[in-house]
Design a binder for this molecule. Sequence first.
Ligand SMILES: Cc1cc2nc3c(=O)[nH]c(=O)nc-3n(C[C@H](O)[C@H](O)[C@H](O)COP(=O)(O)OP(=O)(O)OC[C@H]3O[C@@H](n4cnc5c(N)ncnc54)[C@H](O)[C@@H]3O)c2cc1C
Length: 410
Amino acid sequence: MSTIKQEAQRCLKCKNAMCSKNCPVSTAIPEVIELFLNGNIKKAGEILFYNNPLTAVTSVICPHERNCTGHCVRGLKGEPVMFYRIEEYVSRFYLETLEIPEIKKNGIKVAVAGAGPAGITMSLLLLASGYDVTLFEAQDNIGGVLRYGIPPFRLPREILEMYKDIMLRMGLHFRPNTRIGTNIMIDDLFPDGYKAVFVSTGTGRPNKLGLLGETLGHVHFAVDYLKSPEAFKLGQRVAIVGAGNVAIDAARTAIRRAHSHVNILHFMGEENMTANRDEVEMAQLEGVEFTHYAQAVRILEDRVRCVRVKRVENADGSVSFEEDYSDVFDVFADSVIIAIGQGPGADMKAAGVKLTQRGLFDVNENGETNTPGVFAAGDIVSGPKTVVDAVAFTKRVFERMEEYLKNVTE
Ligand SMILES: Cc1cc2nc3c(=O)[nH]c(=O)nc-3n(C[C@H](O)[C@H](O)[C@H](O)COP(=O)(O)OP(=O)(O)OC[C@H]3O[C@@H](n4cnc5c(N)ncnc54)[C@H](O)[C@@H]3O)c2cc1C
């Protein structure tokens, strides 16, 4: 494998850099690589951080093959430049050596609900601009899915500790174990002097299969399992229903923690899997079995009953999938983990904020809700997406919030 410097030297510094164009936060990749090669790592880190406060995270867990790496022109005829390796090194160094500058406080209070990627990004942007930020989080620590979903073997928790430390040093007030919408409501915040509220509570509620057997004692939802895998006793054989990133994370965690044999049941083919290619390949290497074209129809005490799915090529060229109820088979399992997507929790329903049919926050292109002063971004707006998408939209919402805050406090 090439060294990081050799990797940087392979960059062609394209004028019309497709890597940057296909990055949701338009990272200035050629510029960062140039600074890195000239030995100006701090400046490179600063550019990365101010453009994307979560650069130390996204460099590790972005779906690079869909963004920067996947669009590198070097990849057309050979190996693309692995920019994320350079980004990870530079952004880690930047965080580790960051000295917080003196920030002139403006005394304007803003509340942030939810300490996942969107909430952390917004808190950092507000704190850096002098706002008095209180971050409310339902769990006992910051990170959201970065801490309570993505396994530590993919994202070291020390990165999150660095972010927490930086925010606290910048003057953040952190209220852990505080769920907005149950006791403290959004409406309670304004009388206490908060001028705006940013909601970034994500989509932590797992979707149900709606099958018989889903409430049995050996059936779990992947997002619940990933929160604290040590709390679960899975047994030798684990069947996972679903084939996205969450399913793969649950499978790889079960193999590591419970040494289980894991079988992923997926109703379409391998080419239709939504999980990152890299993660799928690693799961295969680690021994995860994949049963494609299998639709779970019932969960029993020791097995998942499935029917075979047929891939049908339609006359108009489209492809559809049809269950064949004459072809029934059983997959034996001591535990079943369901990973078929997530939706928003119910906590915010009473806040008077307009929701979409899916229960997501209904916002305009700047993240404004129908309630003046209430803004939202991240998965609670988009539905389950990626960290870099949450950062990109949060940046846009921050700009609008600043305008709003200037108007209401003048
Ligand atoms: C298992 C898993 C693996 C993933 N892997 C990747 C990956 O590899 N790469 C990638 O880019 N994306 C990945 N994603 C998606 C990514 O993590 C999300 O898109 C991202 O975390 C969304 O950020 P968010 O801040 O909107 O929400 P979240 O990360 O969900 O954070 C929301 C926070 O709000 C808190 N909260 C909820 N309700 C309340 C309330 N009422 N009051 C106060 N706090 C509340 C929650 O406890 C949580 O801390 C993955 C998702 C999952 C579930």
